[in-house]
Every structure is written in structure tokens, then in C-alpha cells.
Write a protein that binds this ligand. Structure first.
Ligand SMILES: [Zn+2]
Length: 507
């Protein structure tokens, strides 16, 4: 009797087996075999397999199975799916190992899935609690699993931070930026960029670059001759550019460019600039703009202020004059019949009408001259005498008149004479009338004026400066000053009591 020794039990074998196998921890070796000392050939899997069959041959189930196999060709019922008794075999061990591996794999899969589910997809909403002209503070929900955040501005990586907020600097004012935040986990020096990113919008503030309270003021004797420009400091300005022109319509040239730090606020809290280069009797106009310039970036220019003008009065002082909000862009097209010049609109210094004709010893544009001749004839028919005291005047002649008024009444000169460039007389469409060339009477007291009030419109003329529009025009009423606009317009303005040509045009 030989013995088969398995890992778990020993199996008796009968004498019919010439080979004795020992199963030692799943490895079979030859324990005894007549005439054969080596077990080499029996160590491979095939022989082990055979050994199983050999072991099982005693088992009745196996015999049955063999019987069934014999009957395979018969029409008997199919063989029972019987499981034979098996000792712990290498195959079974293999099966167990595989099962364990599968269970482990399932556990790991579940764990991995849990990690993935816990991992945040994004940082959620991006908030912008504060934004200035060149910076913005951005924050977002802190992600526990993340230990860093990549910040992108307009799709370009800006910075990596480990906090859940960042201050973006060096931004351009009045610009919108797209800010993206990607949460990152760094482990063992390696990035694990979480899927998904949050996108927000940052809008930087607009710049405050508007000049407020721009004034020109004369120095007063015994101070040195000069014009003092002043304005309220502009919040975001880093510098100022002051430009000047000898007349409104000419080229403005840069008088000074100064940094904000160059100024010291005066007692009123305003910045001041002194222009000492002032000639007696010469008009100077000024405008100023504020600039913002971040380090290394292109300056952003504010709009120019209104233009203020000054005319020097004497060698010892200047008269400064605010001529209202005049911008270089409001130069009037003088070719238009209804061109209106006033405190806001200016003619070029060089403008001279092309169709000036002589009338009553003066010059007017032909259309106005013809109309006046008819008006004068109609007055004559009523035994009234209308003559032209002044008609077309060029820029320089107007400047002389303004300076003359200035010498008489510096404070109110601007109410009685237009600044050069702002006179209807330069248009060649306006004229001053009286009953004689010397203008020796007060025209408003004459019957000619009363007649003119009721008839001027019939010949295409309107009164430019009246009691009704003095607040609008800032000009003392001038009963003697009429301006040609054409019959249709003059009739409409007369009948509807329209105070100014500007009102008629709806400007
Ligand atoms: Zn006039």
C-alpha cells in the first residue's frame, strides 16, 4: 500500500499504482517509484493533472462519470452536472487567488470612484469684491482637496496661488477681462489639475479724467504780467497737458506737460499753471486735458476741457475771460446761410466771405446786401432813414472793437462786444443800423426802430440780441444789430416768437 499525501489529507492508494506521489504544499514530487529515482518529468502541470485523475479513479462519482462518458452516444438523459469531490488542488488555489484578485480590484475601483466623486469639478462662482481702475480682487470657494489654483487672464496663465483669492494688478482701466480659476492638487511635486474650471468677468473702473472748474485769471498789478490757469485736481490723472493757441481756430500747441506731482494745490485746493508769456493786446486761448499713465503702458487721454481765452490789457496786467464752453470741434461752417456763431461756436480767424459786395459804404454778402437795399427802400417809403453803421468785420477788426470795449469796462466788455471769431459781423450777414452814420442817437428811441421791429422779418432779417434772449446769449440787447437769415426763417421766427437762430435750428 502506497500513500498519496496531499496538503490537507493523505489518500490511501492501492497496489495497482506503481507510483507514489507526495503533494507538498501544492507541489507534487515522486516519493517512491520503482526503478526511477528522478521526479523531474512529474513536476510539470500535465503530470499533476494526470495525477488528479489517478487520485480520483477510486471515487465512485468519477466512475459514474466515466460510465456516462461511455454512454455519450446513447439517447439517455444528459449526464448529471455532478461535481466530483476534489481535494485542495493547484487549480482550486488558482481559482481562489483569482477571486481574491477580483475582489481587491472591485474594492480599489470603488475607492477610486469615491475619490473621483469627492474631487471638486470647479471652484464655483468667481466673485469680484473690488475692482479699481487698474486692479481687481477676485475670490472663489476654497476647495478642500485643492492646494493650489491656477489663475488665467484672457486664457493666459497669470499666476498660481495657494489662497482662494488673488489681487490682479497692472490692468487697463475701462476694460473687461475674462478670469479663469482652475483648482489644482499637488502631490509629490506632481500636479493633478482638476477637471473643469470656473470663469468670471472682471471690469476695471473707468478713469476720472474730466477737467472741472477750469478758469483763467489775470494777475493783478503789481504782480508780474501773466495768466493763471486753474482747475480742480483730477482724481486719476497722472499728468496734464496744457495747450494754447493765438486764436481759437488755429493750431493749438503744447504749452506744458506736467506731472501731477509737479503741482501744489492752492488755498482753494486747485492746481494752477502760470503763463507769463503774454503779449499786450494779444488773445490767447487755452485748453487742458488730464492723462492717466500706468507704469510702462500707453497713456490714456481724457477729453480736453472747454477753451478759455484771455486778452492782455496792458503791460501791467491782463484781462482774463471765460468765453464759455468752446471746443475746437465747434468751428462753424460759414458757407451755410444759417451759420450761427455765438459763445459756443467760433469762426476761423482767416474766414472772409467770398461774395462780399459794397452796400451803403460797407461790405456785406450779396444776398444780405440785396435784402438790406430793399429794406432801406421800404423804410424810405415811410419817410424813415436807415443807414449801415457797421457791416462785415474781419477777425482783427473785431479784436480791436473788443479791446476798445475792454478798456472802457473790463468787467462787462464781453456783454457789449463779441470776442474775435465769435461775431456775426465776420459772417458778412449782420449789420448795425442807425438813423445816421455817426450813430449819434439812441436807436431804440427812434421811430425807425419801431418800424424795423415790425418789418425787418419781411426782408429776411432778425434781431440777434433782444430783451427776450439776453440770458441765453449773455449779451446786452442790441436793437441796432440785425442779421440776415432769409425770408422764410425770419418770418417763422417773428410769428412764433423764436428767440434765437439756435433755437430755430433746435440746437
Ligand atoms: Zn452788431
Amino acid at each position: 500500500m502506497a500513500k498519496l499525501k496531499g496538503r490537507n489529507k493523505e489518500i490511501e492508494n492501492d497496489d495497482s499504482l506503481d507510483v507514489l506521489y507526495k503533494i507538498d504544499d501544492g507541489m507534487m514530487v515522486v516519493d517512491d517509484y520503482e526503478g526511477v529515482e528522478s521526479d523531474t518529468t512529474l513536476r510539470d502541470g500535465a503530470n499533476i493533472h494526470n495525477f488528479d485523475d489517478l487520485v480520483d479513479i477510486e471515487d465512485n462519482d468519477v466512475v459514474d462519470r466515466v460510465d456516462d462518458l461511455d454512454d455519450v452516444d446513447d439517447d439517455d438523459e444528459p449526464p448529471k452536472n455532478s461535481v466530483p469531490y476534489q481535494p485542495t488542488s493547484p487549480r482550486a488555489i488558482l481559482k481562489k487567488v483569482i477571486i481574491v484578485l477580483i475582489v481587491l480590484a472591485l474594492f480599489y475601483g470603488a475607492y477610486y470612484l469615491m475619490l473621483q466623486l469627492n474631487k471638486p469639478q470647479s471652484v464655483g462662482k468667481i466673485s469680484v469684491p473690488e475692482a479699481g481702475i487698474d486692479y481687481a480682487i477676485v475670490d472663489w470657494q476654497d476647495i478642500e482637496d485643492a492646494n493650489a489654483y491656477d489663475i488665467y487672464i484672457d486664457d493666459e496663465l497669470y499666476r498660481r496661488v495657494d489662497d482662494s483669492k488673488i489681487e490682479l494688478t497692472g490692468l487697463t482701466p475701462e476694460r473687461q477681462y475674462q478670469v479663469a480659476v482652475v483648482s489644482v492638487r499637488i502631490e509629490d511635486g506632481k500636479d493633478d489639475v482638476f477637471s473643469g474650471k470656473s470663469i468670471g468677468t472682471v471690469l476695471t473702473q473707468s478713469l476720472a479724467l474730466t477737467i472741472e472748474n477750469f478758469q483763467v485769471n489775470a494777475t493783478k498789478p503789481p504782480e508780474e504780467v501773466g495768466i493763471i490757469l486753474s482747475w480742480t485736481p483730477v482724481p486719476d490723472a497722472t499728468s496734464y497737458v496744457i495747450e494754447t493757441s493765438a486764436d481759437y481756430s488755429g493750431e493749438f500747441t503744447t504749452l506744458a506737460t506736467m506731472n501731477t506731482s509737479d503741482f501744489v494745490a492752492n488755498a482753494a485746493g486747485d492746481f494752477e499753471y502760470r503763463d507769463a508769456d503774454v503779449d499786450t493786446g494779444a488773445l490767447k486761448a487755452y485748453k487742458i486735458r488730464a492723462l492717466y499713465e500706468a507704469d510702462g503702458s500707453t497713456p490714456i487721454e481724457g477729453n480736453f476741457s472747454n477753451i478759455l481765452a484771455a486778452i492782455s490789457r496792458s503791460a501791467t496786467g491782463v484781462f482774463a475771460y471765460d468765453y464759455g464752453y468752446v471746443d475746437i470741434s465747434t468751428i462753424v461752417d460759414p458757407a451755410e446761410l444759417l451759420a450761427d456763431v455765438n459763445r459756443h461756436k467760433v469762426l476761423e480767424r482767416s474766414y472772409t466771405p467770398e461774395d462780399l459786395v459794397e452796400v451803403d459804404g460797407m461790405q456785406l454778402r450779396k444776398v444780405a446786401a440785396d435784402a438790406f437795399t430793399q429794406l432801406q427802400d421800404a423804410a424810405k417809403d415811410n419817410n424813415l432813414n436807415l443807414v449801415i453803421v457797421s457791416a462785415y468785420r474781419d477777425y482783427d477788426a473785431q479784436s480791436d472793437i473788443f479791446l476798445s470795449e475792454l478798456s472802457k469796462d473790463p468787467v462787462n466788455a464781453y456783454r457789449s462786444a463779441a470776442f474775435p471769431g465769435f461775431s456775426e459781423h465776420q459772417l458778412g450777414l449782420a449789420l448795425d443800423v442807425n438813423v445816421n452814420k455817426e450813430a449819434s442817437v439812441v436807436f431804440a428811441d427812434t421811430p425807425e426802430y419801431r418800424w424795423l421791429q415790425e418789418n425787418a422779418h419781411k426782408y429776411g432779417f432778425v434781431f440777434s440780441f433782444t430783451e427776450a434772449n439776453k440770458d441765453e446769449t449773455h449779451t446786452t440787447p442790441e436793437p441796432w444789430h440785425i442779421r440776415y437769415v432769409g425770408n422764410d426763417v425770419s418770418t417763422k421766427m417773428y410769428e412764433d416768437n423764436i428767440a434765437t437762430l439756435e433755437d430755430y435750428k433746435g440746437e
